[in-house]
Design a protein around this ligand. Structure first.
Ligand code: SPM
Length: 307
């Protein structure tokens, strides 16, 4: 669905938003996230102003100013981030892996062209080099730049060409598996990541919602168990503007120095003082450990396959 099709423009005549039973149909001036990936439900945000609409080679791109969540980035009709709650996703997808290993130096980010994950990786003083593979230049925020950063092209092709054992950590900040990110959920992609990591290197991928996509998660876990001979864990965080209000992460390590994801060995809480330009808003060491606790139904479905 095109992004702009999800926004119903205000009309000149008064529209009754709810019928007598309180049931809203489509509300003028609101963005509703309607997708076959979450049938029968749609979270809505009130739109103050559409700031950008475009169609890239890969997808529809829209940025709007919402009345309660700040600016919102939407790709193909699906919310990617909002100013208000992006910290819950970007801080967790970054610090769960990077705080789990002692001295991350070389980091690859796949996706993440909005720059949020890069901002978080750059908090780690040990990091010497960040490569990023963002497929869609339209998503890249021109204002973001960093001395450590080199922007590369397509993630899948890039990984195939990378010398074995290049990275300490790979972070896959993808959109959902319908559209340009589909390959990023498939087994050959995970095999390429494992190849690109050093022994005891870590990967953290966006791994969908336990409420909506258990079948996808089970497939990812099964593939990762075959590929990653270190640890394989599922963690999650709350994100109010993502469908079901949460999103998960798959964290794996390659064979080598053991990685205990549940107990961070490289905490950043103390280093990241309140005097820094943008203090951490969400992540801390207690949340890190808690993120690996799963509700019983999820534990039953994936707990025995992960460790
Ligand atoms: N840097 C932010 C990019 C966000 N990437 C993840 C977006 C996921 C959006 N869909 C969530 C669906 C949850 N099942």
């Amino acid at each position: 669905m095109a992004a702009e099709e999800n926004v119903v423009e205000s009309t000149d005549f008064p529209v009754k938003e709810n019928n007598e039973n309180g049931i809203s149909s489509v509300i003028p001036g609101w963005f509703s996230e309607i997708s076959p990936m979450w049938p029968g439900e749609a979270h809505s945000l009130k739109v103050e102003k559409i700031l950008f609409e475009g169609k890239s080679e890969y997808q529809n791109v829209m940025v709007f100013q919402s009345s309660t969540y700040g600016k919102v980035l939407v790709l193909d009709g699906v919310i990617q981030l909002t100013e208000r709650d992006e910290c819950a996703y970007q801080e967790m997808i970054t610090h769960l892996p990077l705080c789990s290993i002692p001295n991350p130096k070389k980091v690859l980010v796949i996706g993440g062209g909005d720059g949020g994950v890069l901002r978080e990786v750059a908090r780690h003083n040990s990091v010497e080099k960040i490569d990023i593979c963002e497929i869609d230049k339209m998503v890249v925020d021109d204002e973001f730049s960093h001395d450590l950063l080199s922007l590369t092209g397509l993630g899948v092709a890039f990984l195939k060409a990378v010398p074995e054992g290049t990275y300490d950590a790979v972070i896959v900040d993808s959109s959902d598996p319908i559209g340009p990110a589909q390959e990023l959920f498939e087994k050959p992609f995970f095999e390429s990541i494992a190849r690109a990591l050093i022994p005891g290197g870590v990967v953290c991928t966006q791994a969908e919602s336990i409420w909506l996509h258990m079948h996808i998660i089970e497939d990812i876990v099964a593939n990762c168990r075959q590929i990653f001979k270190g640890s394989v864990n599922y963690a999650w965080t709350t994100v109010p503007t993502y469908p079901s209000g949460m999103i998960g992460f798959m964290l794996c390590s390659t064979e080598g120095p053991p990685v205990d994801f549940k107990h961070p060995v490289n905490p950043i809480d103390e280093n990241d003082s309140q005097s820094s330009a943008r203090p951490l808003k969400f992540y801390n060491s207690e949340l890190h450990t808690a993120a690996f606790c799963l509700p019983s139904f999820a534990k039953k479905a994936i707990g025995s396959k992960a460790n």
